[in-house]
Write a protein that binds this ligand. Structure first.
Ligand SMILES: *Cc1c(COP(=O)(O)O)cnc(C)c1O
Length: 376
């Protein structure tokens, strides 16, 4: 069976082989006589599944032993509250600074206000308007020399891949150069986790919902430097206290067991693709192909600064908005699904996560060309 190409921003495409394996193990996992969904989260079968998933994730991301890897629930939005509840009191100032580079970091900033003294370190909300939408577009990352990071802040938050705006950090900022060497980075990596190698040693806490680049919704990955744990605010629910989740090997309460199982299969698939180094090469080729076509065309446009364009989420606009509905209808008929842009920014968006093959991006470029020839 061949399936259409699925460009959803999330929940998003998964590798065919992973879904086929899950289907074949649905009724009886490895001779246990049980579906993974039917197993105790403390039994030996699920313990094996969970431990293997954690070990594979640690290997893929080269996570050092002094970092906890936590499998939690609540998604990226819940982390917007869970992070400050866990980290804001790691320093007496109870301050945190935020880089605002798109819709998701804006949301994180807003939510964090309930928990401490929260300020904007820098923002790109003033970017030029695009499309016919009556709102600012985030199209760049402010130059690091302009960031205001308080040296006593408990952390600096950034969203390393803005899923809606298509802005990606390709490197971590040098906080020592900003006079804030002791401020840990908090990174929302929901939509590009495992898409390329990153240096986790320079991060305090990294989190991501699984449903973009890892597996089914319901699972949230948190990677946290252990010396930052144990200072959660008294209002923090125990099930969301990182140190409690860590001490209980992510099984303080019932974790999203089936999502962890699928994530584990995806980790094995990723290792077979050459790990994050191998998938990065594939992701780069896909992104180059798509941006290359958009840039050469006078019919479509992407307004993000080339140095910070996301390799995972490619928002683009037709110069003639009146053709949007025709474009999407034709795309569906051509087997190119879920290309509609986020409702807050309009236009189109092609999410080309790890599981999207180059052939899918090539099919999209062929369609873009075809549509342009008919309507240009
Ligand atoms: C999707 C997304 C979220 C929100 O995730 P939920 O699981 O819906 O809470 C947060 N941050 C980023 C960068 C995302 O892409």
């Amino acid at each position: 069976m061949t399936r259409p190409f699925n460009f959803s921003a999330g929940p998003a495409v998964l590798p065919d082989t992973v879904l086929a394996q899950a289907a074949s193990e649905m009724l009886d996992w490895h001779g246990s006589g049980m579906s993974v969904m039917e197993m105790s989260h403390r039994g030996k079968h699920f313990t094996q599944i969970c431990d293997e998933a954690e070990a594979d994730l640690r290997e893929l991301m080269k996570v050092p032993a002094d970092y906890a890897v936590l499998f939690m629930q609540g998604g990226g939005l819940a982390e917007n509250a869970i992070v400050p509840m866990n980290l804001i009191a790691t320093k007496p100032s109870q301050e945190a600074d935020f880089l605002i580079t798109g819709s998701w970091s804006s949301k994180s900033f807003k939510e964090a206000q309930r928990y401490g003294d929260i300020k904007v370190a820098a923002t790109s909300a003033d970017a030029a308007r695009i499309g016919d939408r009556d709102q600012a577009a985030f199209t760049y990352v402010p130059d690091a020399s302009t960031w205001k990071v308080r040296p006593d802040a408990s952390y600096l938050h950034l969203c390393s891949n803005e899923t809606i705006d298509g802005v990606e950090f390709l490197d971590w900022p040098d906080l020592a150069a900003l006079g804030a060497p002791d401020v840990p980075l908090v990174v929302d990596a929901s939509s590009h986790i495992l898409s390329r190698p990153i240096d986790i040693n320079r991060v305090g806490v990294l989190f991501g919902g699984a449903q973009k680049n890892i597996g089914p919704a319901g699972l949230t990955i948190v990677i946290a430097r252990r010396d930052l744990l144990g200072k959660a605010l008294p209002v923090c629910p125990s099930a969301f206290d990182y140190s409690i989740v860590d001490k209980n090997d992510s099984r303080y309460n019932t974790p999203p067991t089936y999502s962890i199982y699928i994530a584990g299969l995806v980790f094995k698939w990723l290792k077979a693709q050459g790990g994050v180094e191998g998938i990065e090469a594939a992701n780069r080729a896909k992104a180059d192909l798509l941006y290359g076509y958009l840039d050469a065309s006078a019919f479509y446009r992407n307004a993000v600064h080339p140095a910070v364009r996301s390799r995972m989420n490619v928002p683009f606009y037709l110069n003639n908005d009146a053709l949007n509905a025709d474009f999407l209808k034709g795309a569906d008929e051509a087997g190119l699904l879920q290309l509609k842009g986020h409702k807050s920014v309009g236009g189109m968006r092609a999410s080309i996560y790890n599981a999207m093959p180059l052939a899918g991006v090539q099919a999209l470029v062929d369609y873009l060309k075809h549509f342009e020839q008919r309507h240009g």
